[in-house]
Design a binder for this molecule. Sequence first.
Ligand code: T4K
Length: 390
Amino acid sequence: MVKMKDNSQSLTKNHEDLKFKDPVLVTKPLLPDLEKYNEYLERIWDKQWLTNNGPIVNEFKEKLKSKLKSDHVEVFSNGHSALEIAIQSLNLKGDVITTPFTFASTTHAITLNNLNPIFCDINRENYNIDVSLIEELITDDTSAILPVHVFGNPCDLKKIDKIAKKHDLKVIYDAAHCFGVEFDGIPISQFGDISMFSFHATKVFNSIEGGALTFNDSDLILKLKALKNFGITPEVETVDYIGQNAKMNEFEAAMGICNLELIGHAIEMRKNIYELYENNFKEVSAIKTIKIDPKVKSNYAYFTILLDSNQQRDFLFKKLHQSNVFVKKYFYPSANEFPVYNYDLNLSVSKKVSDCILSLPIYPDLSLDTVNKISELIILFLNEFEKFNV
Ligand code: T4K
């Protein structure tokens, strides 16, 4: 039987008592004081400039350079478009080795560039691409590796870099979850050819919708600017690329600037929540959590639990929803199993993890009492599951 930690045993054990009156969502957006945001709205109204490379977007971009510790930052209307454009900017051909354990965006960004996603299974520790399997997938058609730092935990950066150099491949990191993350004191933006950060409302840091690319090659600056603006290169009044409209607007940039002031405190609050969940589940054998590498400065973007079986996960999912706790199945199913791809591959770890994973609520103003109550509900439901499935 799963057991609750000692310090929680005194709490009630009746799940009707524990049911939440108001819904608890998996995340809530970070929002600044309305007064602060209004200052930016007044500036927008005064200037009557809403989008197309406005002054607030440029101000945001400059601030991001120091926050993400990258000399080259370009901002976009959302993370997905940024990723699609990152791939397009590198003139890739053929196959791109990627992870099946991710949000639909990653795989679609490859396919929408007329490239083939080659799925590589993931590791069991933090569910990132299994670097020991990459080389056997490389062929003459391979032009890049596109790993995801899943849930904000960095991939094996050194090994990926080594493989890419050896086989002359580009590396684009989907760092959608990685705002503010560092590895061994080095900002995550410094790794690979390009990294994509998502600033969607549900992320650790948001600009409503939005995203950014960080990159080292200054030759990409003008190309990325053009690709997000229909391929137009204004300096020479020509259209050099088949681009899209992926420009960030002034309202989004204003939200981003306001939220930059809050992000430090927000991450500290997330850390407290993450550690409390970890502690509450420490002795629960049916639950596996991700151990953060001590070399990583984390942003505590997601807190996930891995259950023993798909039935157990789905039972818990249903019971928690009935109790008003809206956990999510990030990420399910494994991307190779999307009907739109439906690749018949044996990616056993990705399948197991996507079948058994649940993301629990985590956001800065989630109270620690609520975290304890959610933990207790989970233990209660796991006991219930075990009782009926012996
Ligand atoms: N790569 C990776 C690895 C990604 O995870 C993502 C996005 C991308 C690329 C693409 O980046 P973007 O183009 O999105 O910038 C959400 C997000 O929409 C998506 O951004 C994110 N990953 C994905 C993991 O999660 P859903 O379909 O789960 O969102 P939804 O509407 O169910 O919202 C989640 C929870 O947040 C709900 O409980 C409600 C709450 N919520 C949501 C919104 C939008 C709020 O409280 N307020 C809000 O404004 O995809």
